[in-house]
Design a protein around this ligand. Structure first.
Ligand code: SF4
Ligand code: SF4
Length: 76
């Protein structure tokens, strides 16, 4: 099965991207609960980011995710 990794947000300034792996996500909503901007919500059985431009790359969502479905990665 093809893995679907979605880029949720990216910061040119910080050289970081926030990626989401739907296959790992258990829809627990822990990420949405900790996002200081309230950007992460459940829609159509997956998490979506409501406004990528508002993401500050704080990584709280990635830290809160129990299965590693959200990750902050260094931009190459
Ligand atoms: S990195 Fe921070 S601001 Fe961006 S979606 Fe995650 S918790 Fe919200
Ligand atoms: S915390 Fe992780 S597993 Fe839970 S809804 Fe968010 S991305 Fe999915």
């Amino acid at each position: 099965m093809q893995r679907e990794i979605v880029v949720f947000a990216e910061s040119e300034r910080l050289k970081k991207v926030l990626v989401y792996d739907k296959e790992l996500c258990g829809l627990c909503e822990a990420c949405g609960a900790v996002c200081p901007k309230g950007l992460l919500i459940v829609r159509d059985h997956q998490i979506v980011i409501t406004d990528p431009n508002e993401c500050i790359m704080c990584g709280f969502c990635a830290t809160a995710c129990p299965v590693g479905a959200l990750r902050i990665e260094e931009r190459s």
